[in-house]
Design a protein around this ligand. Structure first.
Ligand code: GLN
Ligand code: ZN
Length: 752
């Protein structure tokens, strides 16, 4: 018996994205969106049916987000949206409109999928609305498919909610369960046989209150003969299992790929009367399963086979659809990949072999899988002895810089001679239509390499000139050659490749196509030196070089699963260290190594934190180790809560760190003060997410605020983040005001 937790919905050609965007632009009616949606759902159900999956979902489709769907189902739309109705209200919550702000958005655990956060209140009322759920269930039934109805479980729904009055959302559990019970009755009346409750919130070091809520909820839920599955994923859920075993649910889903310690709970499940949904096929990475290993694993489970259902580890929402359209990717690499549809086949084959059912026509696929896995172990495309030897023989010089930070900073001040409260930016400047077009034309062969390079140089020239006119102290080249801070480097590294169509939903209609790290990583030739050197040649001011750090490179990619992740991080770090070294040799005095995704890569369980921190810090240090004391290393992190990671930030040993603080005032900076952080900090003084130009007075006040927390000698003045999404008309006056404000403060307070 086979099970798929959920299926992607954006469409293998991103059909949903395109029709939604047409609808939002007013080019088509909503009925057109509904038509496409119906086609997609039908297609997806039939893929799964054809693949022989027994438990297929309905209600895993969404026009925007499954959490918003739950808000609608539970009738807990915030009051401010009550003046509108239907699909307009739905999209107002998702995207905002003239009169409404969108709901806040945040990441679904440690994935790159963003959900919308319900806004509840102490006296929250709920009102059941099963329209979408039932529609989808019946749509599938018309296709002859008896689906399990996917719902987000009550504990996860509340755990992922916020309240507007500071009360604890979990206090609403009993009230909420009443609505779920109402839903179960209605679903039963309509013939529903199975419900899946997703409860991934319980894998994240559950609090006593969450566990109590789980107990209350699943005691009180009346399943009414409907078979109900409670699904967890991304980590171990041992605490939750103990509680769920005492409820009347039918089955429990555990992720054995990303939560190996789930195995500890299997014996207790075996002693109970519950079914185990064994998540063995990785639902959030793109590699083929080693089918033989999966069978061997399943055979170690201390539970009877007929109580085990073979499943994906999580919803397939987090992987692309199919390899069908991949024409360009190397054929060996392709043979090691499995996207959603290929995973369906794996599940079927694993299930058959596990139960010793004859493979028949699947024999060929199984043989192919064996061969591909065997090749993967020895392929010279993956395994590069030079890279491996380099990693094995890391010297002290390759692991860290030669002088302590505070001594380095002294030397740097003598050489770099920047003023107090130095002004700079985070790296990127507006990615205008022209900039994108030049890159696109080059990629498509419309313009020659020479034409392309000349154009990029023109953009750099303009950018440097503007920065000089504005009077910034430390300049940048503007990043015009980069489409994206990870993709740009990925394209130039050995061991990294890209799919043509490997899109994954990030939020709403937005999709990303992450790089695929398939083999040992090395840097065949310099990636940025030419551009940064050119920018430096245009000015007597210092130009800061810009790189993406190893941690961020991995955290935003699909990472190979045939090598310890720690080694992949370090290989990436070494590749970047080569670039750092070359930049330094080219005369670049300041190098920024961005780690925008440092915090979001944190493991879900505290027990795994120390190891992540160790590896992440080591990798950053390897990447920056070749720099001489006089070369200054910057890093940048986007909005992060630093309070609990200060020792780690300190251990990264960057000379200067810039962080996003404009929207939080001094809150983030306080962490640095409390920790007694001694190195330098660029605390963003204006928000770059808004087109608004901040006035000089506002920025003066922001700087004065920062100075209440940290001494001027430690502070840099910069915007919150890169400026690539802004327009020149916004950027120029904003930066002018920032520089003027800084000068005013210098004059006023320091009489320089
Ligand atoms: N240097 C990058 C930029 O300015 C950093 C982007 C980021 O932190 N996300 O765009
Ligand atoms: Zn940023």
């Amino acid at each position: 018996m086979s099970y798929v937790i959920g299926y992607p919905r954006i469409g293998e050609k991103r059909e949903l994205k395109f029709v939604l965007e047409k609808y939002w632009r007013g080019e088509v009616d909503f009925s057109e969106v509904e038509k496409v949606a119906k086609e997609l759902k039908t297609r997806h159900w039939n893929y799964q049916k054809k693949a022989g999956i027994k438990y297929i979902s309905s209600n895993d489709f969404s026009y925007y987000d499954q959490m918003i769907d739950m808000i609608v189902m539970l009738g807990c739309e915030p009051d401010e949206y009550k003046d509108i109705d239907g699909i307009d209200r739905y999209f107002a919550m998702a995207r905002g409109d003239k009169n409404h702000k969108a709901l806040p958005m945040t990441k679904w655990l440690n994935t790159n999928y963003h959900y919308f956060v319900p806004q509840l209140q102490k006296n929250q009322t709920f009102k059941l609305n099963l329209k979408k759920v039932l529609n989808e269930y019946f749509e599938a039934k018309e296709q002859g498919i008896e689906t399990k109805v996917n719902l987000i479980g009550p504990v996860t729904f509340l755990s992922f909610s916020r309240t507007i009055d500071g009360s604890d959302p979990l206090d609403l559990i009993e009230k909420l369960v009443d609505i779920y019970n109402e839903a179960i009755i209605k679903l039963k009346e309509n013939g529903v046989e199975y419900i899946q409750f997703e409860e991934p919130a319980l894998v994240k070091d559950p609090t006593p209150k969450q566990l109590e809520a789980l107990k209350i909820a699943y005691n009180k839920l009346n399943f009414n003969e409907i078979k109900s599955f409670v699904i967890t994923y991304f980590e171990r859920a041992n605490e939750a299992v103990e509680i769920l075993l005492n409820s009347s649910i039918y089955g429990i889903g555990l992720d054995f790929v990303h939560g190996p310690k789930n195995i500890d709970s299997v014996e207790n499940i075996a002693k109970s009367n519950k079914i185990l949904i064994a998540g063995v096929v990785d639902g959030r990475n793109v590699w083929i399963s080693d089918i033989d290993k999966k069978i061997a694993f399943l055979n170690t489970l201390p539970i009877e086979k007929d109580r085990v259902i073979v499943s994906t580890s999580c919803s397939l929402l987090h992987v692309p659809y199919t390899l069908k359209y991949e024409k360009k990717i190397d054929k060996n690499i392709k043979s090691w990949l499995a996207f959603a549809n290929e995973k369906l086949d794996e599940i079927r084959i694993i299930d058959k072999l596990y139960r010793e059912i004859e493979l028949k026509e699947d024999k060929e696929l199984y043989e192919k899988n064996k061969i591909a896995n065997a090749k993967r172990v020895t392929s010279t495309q993956i395994h590069n002895k030079e890279v491996q030897d380099r990693l094995k023989n890391l010297t002290k010089e390759q692991l860290e810089r030669s002088m302590p930070a505070l001594d380095r900073l002294k030397i740097q001040h003598e050489i770099l001679k920047y003023p107090i409260l130095p002004t700079t930016t985070i790296g990127s400047f507006p990615q205008t239509h022209d900039v994108r077009k030049v890159r696109k034309d080059y990629k498509e062969g419309i313009i020659s390499k020479e034409e392309y390079e000349n154009k990029i140089k023109e953009f750099i020239e303009y950018c440097v000139k503007i920065q000089e006119e504005i009077g910034l102290d430390i300049l940048v080249h503007g990043e015009f050659e980069r489409n994206d801070m990870v993709e740009y480097f990925g394209e130039m590294l050995n061991g990294v490749t890209f799919s043509e169509n490997g899109w994954v939903q990030s939020y709403g209609s937005r999709c990303v196509k992450p790089p695929i790290i398939f083999g040992d990583i090395s840097r065949p030739k310099p990636m940025t030196v030419k551009w940064i050197k050119f920018a430096q040649s245009l000015t007597s001011k210092i130009v800061k070089g810009m790189l993406t750090g190893p941690v961020t490179m991995l955290n935003w990619s699909f990472v190979r699963d045939d090598l310890d992740k720690e080694d992949v991080y370090k290989q990436m770090a070494l590749a970047i260290s080569d670039e750092v070294k070359d930049l330094q040799e080219a005369g670049i005095k300041i190098i920024q190594v961005d780690e925008a995704a440092f915090k979001e890569g944190y493991p879900l369980r505290k027990e795994n934190r120390e190891n992540y921190e160790k590896v992440a810090v080591t990798s950053f240090k390897i990447a920056t180790a070749p720099t001489k004391p006089q070369t200054q290393i910057h890093t940048h992190m986007c909005y992060s809560d630093f309070n609990d990671i200060m020792p780690t930030i300190d251990a990264m040993d960057a000379d200067v760190i810039s962080i996003e603080t404009a929207r939080n005032g001094n809150r983030l900076l306080e962490a640095f003060r409390k920790y007694n952080y001694k190195k330098e900090i660029g605390a963003g003084v204006y928000d770059i997410h808004s087109p608004r130009v901040p006035t000089k007075e506002e920025i003066v006040k922001e700087i004065e605020d920062r100075l209440k927390v940290l001494p001027a000698k430690q502070l840099w003045i910069n915007p919150d983040c890169g400026l690539k999404t802004r327009k020149w008309e916004e950027v120029i006056p904003s930066l002018k005001n920032m520089v003027e404000a800084t000068k005013e403060i210098r004059d006023k307070i320091f009489k320089i």
